[in-house]
Design a protein around this ligand. Sequence first.
Ligand SMILES: Cc1cc2nc3c(=O)[nH]c(=O)nc-3n(C[C@H](O)[C@H](O)[C@H](O)COP(=O)(O)O)c2cc1C
Length: 336
Amino acid sequence: MLLERIGVAVPVVQAPMAGVTTPALAAAVANAGGLGSLGVAAMDAARAGQEVRQTRALTAARFNVNVFCHRPPRRDAAQEAAWLDALAQDFARFGVAPPAALEDGYRPFALDPDMLAMLLAEKPGVVSFHFGLPPADQIAALKDSGAVLLGSATNLADAQKIVAAGLDGIVAQGWQAGGHRGLFDENGPDERLETLDLLAVLKDVGLPLIGAGAIMSRADVQAVLAAGAVAAQCGTAFPVADEAGTSAAHRAALAGGATRMTRAISGRPARGVENLISSRDDSAAPDYPLPYSALKALHGVAAKAGENGYGPFWAGTECARAQAGMAAEILARLAP
Ligand SMILES: Cc1cc2nc3c(=O)[nH]c(=O)nc-3n(C[C@H](O)[C@H](O)[C@H](O)COP(=O)(O)O)c2cc1C
């Protein structure tokens, strides 16, 4: 029913991935019968609007636009200074001083009326939320515009909030998933449920489920469908697509295969390849997204010097199984 409403023939969602998805990628997946997605959380509304219009020019199908619904960070000057101090020796390797302060570079959707206005005007067809839910008036406005709305849950309590908010479907994100964990409260308990276990827990919650996490093959897609999902959302299978905006260093790092869940990169738990930064002690990390600003600066200077060990290279546990190719080929390999 959900897929019919969206108009998707292949029950595979190419995950929204901020910094990796492109109009060409989302449109290629949409034109091949899956649900293509844009991750616009790191963009302002003007840039996101450009990407949405570029995607619309490439496909007549509905596609998904994903925004972040995190709480704004609590500022703690002493904690932030200590975090920057701890990175000073890493910057020193490249003869650079760390930035003077951490910056809040990701505006929550709730505080971004221009992003809402853009989505209401451009009508991509599907909007998905990560890290929680927007306020009721934003949800109502998007529903009135005809958008299908999806929320991301890693546990039963968050899934029940998505149901209560009146959304249309739930992305059930398992522990193996690459990228940020969609926890509504990143400081709350985390049961670390893997994809199939999470689907079992959410089975009767009352909304269509889209399984996400470690889905890399047709057999994996079939397994989540057999577990009650209406579709699979695949992230890590797609950064190696020809149409993706993934850096060469990120593509190369995926082949290594080892991943780690860490707060050391952005301040929220997120899974990326094991490297110099993801293996760092993250217990004193400031609130999301503050650490991200310093890390991006560090990765920038390090990468220029040929050191890619500080890359925020998000990847799921099965990243070594990612197979490069055109997005339509990747989708065809996944389609049940
Ligand atoms: C590089 C990368 C970036 C991601 N960025 C986002 C994002 O912007 N928004 C979002 O909701 N999920 C994001 N995710 C998580 C995916 O939506 C999805 O939950 C996950 O990729 C599924 O697990 P898999 O990576 O094992 O396929 C990202 C994942 C990756 C790998």
